[in-house]
Design a protein around this ligand. Structure first.
Ligand code: URA
Length: 432
């Protein structure tokens, strides 16, 4: 079948066969199909959707378009976690060492931030010396020895996704649930893990603003993963306000360390436990999630998770003295307070606005090759529903620039001190 015939079928809402999908993805990856034909496929998919068999075949074809890691030499069940991205979302950082402290293998391939949500790799690079680019052999050796490693993609993972995402970006087809699901799951399946827990965010700072959309995406990704033989679970969690209190690269490592010392914010710990508990069960280290939670809490109480985080830092070339001395990480020159205009309750604190402000300070990227200021960011002193008094600091802004009037004005516009407000539920739903 030619690409033209495949396109006609898709346009007419007929189901594509696995062979048609595989051929299309292989030829696209090899540069044999022009961008305009794939763009037409993307737009047709945007409008007609995909059946589950089509979607599974698309995901598998995209996964096999590049390297697939073979982690079979590492003993035990390998578990992974993925978030669709949020502001202040640093959950992978405490989660991985907590699990590793229980003897669970957690190989994690993470990304960099682009736009208002931060990237785990950027945060780790605030630690002096930390290397996110290590070889596949070093990665596997570290998983064996330490139990966890958080690195950037090794080799050539799902190149079809890279090419397709670039086209989606310029053809208004990014926000298609089947295309997002295939994009995320092709990369996750290529990492060779046995179990995956997804954190699908919903709310103003999330990719999926509406909860029903987030649920639809989660359901479909769970289905694809199960079809491919992975243990799967998804959590729909809230992203109407930032997660935790610190946003920015150094600041988020500080908050991770606080959490591992039992002094972190409650919401961050709750999301971490909600995601990590099923991973403990999937790894067959506990029979149920209640027991798993207790085991995870113990890794904080006995200090073993903090020790693991230090071992991971050392294994990846970083300076583990940051565990006890946060001043070893870059910090911004100035701190500016944003204060409450009146007495009342914090009733609006848009996650995306805080993320955008942090990005404008230099903590995130607007373009792929932007250089980051690791020390800048925002520390929230109040979250939704908290009582505030006029003149009290709502947040501290760490900045390299002396004049940040525009950023302050922007933040003021996106927060409201008003009457008492219903605080959004943190965990909306679990999808198995
Ligand atoms: N993240 C991805 O990896 N792919 C998408 O399509 C959207 C978010």
């Amino acid at each position: 079948m030619t690409m033209l015939e495949t396109l006609m079928k898709k346009r007419n809402n007929e189901e594509l066969t696995s062979n048609e999908i595989e051929t299309m993805i292989q030829d696209f990856t090899a540069g044999k199909i022009p961008d305009y034909q794939i763009s037409a496929f993307l737009m047709a998919t945007y409008f007609t959707g995909m059946t589950i068999p089509e979607l599974t075949n698309l995901t598998m074809a995209m996964m096999h378009s590049g390297d697939v890691l073979d982690l079979s030499t590492i003993e035990g069940i390998k578990v992974d976690k993925h978030s669709t991205g949020g502001v202040g979302d640093k959950v992978s950082l405490p989660l991985a060492p907590m699990l590793a402290a229980l003897g669970i293998k957690v190989p994690m391939i993470s990304g960099r931030g682009l736009g208002h949500t931060g990237g785990t790799l950027d945060k780790l690079e605030a630690i002096p010396g930390y290397q996110v680019e290590i070889s596949e052999d070093e990665f596997k050796a570290q998983i064996d020895k330490v139990g966890t490693a958080i690195i950037g993609a090794t080799g050539n993972i799902a190149p079809a996704d890279k090419k397709m995402y670039a086209l989606r970006d310029v053809t208004a087809t990014v926000d298609s649930i089947p295309l997002i699901a295939a994009s995320i799951m092709s990369k996750k399946l290529a990492t060779g893990n046995n179990a995956l827990v997804l954190d699908v965010k919903t709310g103003s700072g999330a990719f999926m603003k509406e909860q029903d959309q987030a649920e639809a995406l989660a359901q479909i990704m769970v289905k694809i993963g199960k079809e491919a033989g992975m243990q799967m679970q998804a959590v729909i969690s809230d992203m109407n306000q930032p997660l935790g209190n610190k946003i920015g690269n150094t600041l988020e490592i500080e908050e991770t360390l606080d959490t591992l010392k039992g002094q972190g914010p409650k919401d961050l710990l709750e999301v971490t436990l909600t995601l990590a508990a099923p991973m403990v069960v999937m790894a067959q280290k506990a029979d149920d999630e209640v027991t798993a939670r207790e085991m995870l809490m113990r890794t904080i109480e006995d200090g073993s998770a903090l020790v693991k985080f230090g071992e991971m830092i050392t294994a990846q070339g970083g300076d583990n003295r940051v565990l006890g001395n946060y001043n070893l990480m870059p910090h911004a020159k100035f701190e500016v307070e944003l204060t409450a205009p009146r007495n009342g309750y914090l009733s609006r604190l848009d996650a995306d606005a805080v993320g955008i402000a942090s990005m404008q300070l230099g903590g995130g990227r607007t373009k792929k090759d932007d250089v980051l200021d690791y020390g800048v960011g925002i520390t929230l002193h109040k979250k939704l529903g908290d009582a505030v008094t006029e003149g009290e600091s709502l947040m501290t802004i760490a900045t390299e620039k002396e004049d940040i009037t525009e950023i302050m004005d922007y933040l003021q516009e996106h927060l409201v001190v008003g009457d008492a407000v219903k605080v959004p539920t943190l965990i909306h739903k679990i999808i198995k």
